[in-house]
Design a protein around this ligand. Structure first.
Ligand code: ATP
Ligand code: MG
Length: 338
């Protein structure tokens, strides 16, 4: 284990606390026929602690969905996990056989995705869909599964749950369908939940309600969560710790207060500026070219082509993720001074 990795391991999982999920050196590629593969995840290292809500932000194409799905051992086709390990509850999920993986997904780990109506089965009443999840994974009888489904509908605050048990997906509003998807994901009380952009299709007031609900349920059940979003603003209300991703690399990780009060990576500051009313910062953000013009991992920092603070060294040498304050990691040769 190299020195940076050893320090990361130590700091992110202090002695005595075992991480809920521990990702080391995770690399995912998309193969092409006539050219080298595209690297979607460079080599990721991070831990999520029990009960923690871990935010992951980054612009479109950063690799967030690839990461989310890889954690459940289902990288988007034709992507493949080429190296690394994902230790969940003490076992490397990449070494499990398909049966063990199927038992794990849904029962111990689950995922909430956007477009809830597309996720639900249009031909089966929603109550039956929640109950099926409980029956398959928890080995309970039909009546207990139905009772659990009903309790879950109450927990996600669907009004008149007895009647709604028999409703079909097309009879629900978007916000309600998203609550049902959450009910399915949480009915087995998984210890780890991935939410991939799950509320982005909802209008802001419904989004706030669904987020509150999601956080409360995760806390009550003691579930850890990887909460993925393109909206850095949401993470300020929602997450305990936040990581910023850019072109398949984690650029910064810090606890929420530290992250918002003392961001150190120029990209994090630019992301915050994109959501702020600071005209000067916004002008700087919009002057910089689109993603994809970067050095593409050949030597230098992947952000150097867009970074307003770039220097010669950034184009030649790839920075490592280093700890700049306790628990605060930055991948930058010249982190912004505090
Ligand atoms: N099926 C695929 N084949 C080839 N490349 C892919 C495939 N799916 C994703 N990629 C590439 O992998 C990278 C990461 O994509 P990913 O969908 O993980 O991004 P994301 O951060 O989830 O973006 P968004 O915010 O738009 O959902 C992108 O550069 C994308 O072009
Ligand atoms: Mg995505």
């Amino acid at each position: 284990m190299d020195e940076t990795l050893a320090r990361l391991t130590y700091t992110l999982a202090p002695e005595g606390t075992e991480a809920m999920i521990s990702v080391r050196g995770l690399k995912v590629e998309f193969p092409f026929i006539n050219r080298p593969p595209a690297v979607a995840l460079q080599s990721l290292d991070f831990d999520i602690q029990p009960g923690e809500i871990f935010g992951l932000v980054g612009e479109s194409g950063a690799g967030k969905t690839t990461l989310a799905r890889s954690l459940l051992c289902l990288p988007p086709e034709p992507g493949r996990i080429v190296s690394g390990e994902i230790v969940f509850e003490g076992r490397n999920v990449l070494r499990l056989d398909p049966d063990e993986l199927r038992r794990l997904r849904g029962r111990r780990m689950s995922m909430i995705v956007p477009n809830p109506r597309g996720e639900l089965n249009p031909l089966q009443p929603i109550g039956a869909q929640i109950a099926t999840m409980a029956r398959v994974h928890l080995d309970v009888d039909r009546d207990s599964a139905r009772e659990m489904a009903l309790r879950m509908l109450r927990a996600v605050q669907i009004s008149d749950p007895e009647r709604r048990m028999g409703a079909f997906a097309h009879e629900l509003s978007g916000g309600m369908a998203q609550r049902v998807v959450i009910a399915i994901a949480l009915v087995c009380s998984p210890s780890f939940v991935v939410s991939d952009d799950a509320t982005s299709g909802l209008d802001v007031t419904v989004q706030a309600q669904v987020l509150d609900l999601l956080r409360r349920l995760a806390r009550e059940r003691g579930s850890s969560m990887l909460f993925i979003t393109r909206d850095i603003g949401i993470t300020a209300h929602f997450c305990d710790r936040i990581a910023v991703m850019y072109q398949g690399n984690i650029m910064e990780i810090a606890k929420r207060e530290e992250f918002f009060f003392r961001p150190r990576h120029p990209y994090t500051v630019m992301l915050m500026a994109a959501f702020s009313y600071n005209q000067k910062l916004r002008r700087m953000w919009s002057r910089i070219g689109p993603a994809g013009l970067a050095t593409n991992g050949i030597g230098g920092c992947s952000y150097s082509a867009r970074c307003p603070l770039t220097q010669k060294r950034c184009e030649i040498q790839e920075p490592a993720l280093i700890e700049v304050a306790p628990g605060h990691f930055v991948r930058c040769h010249f982190p912004i001074a505090r």
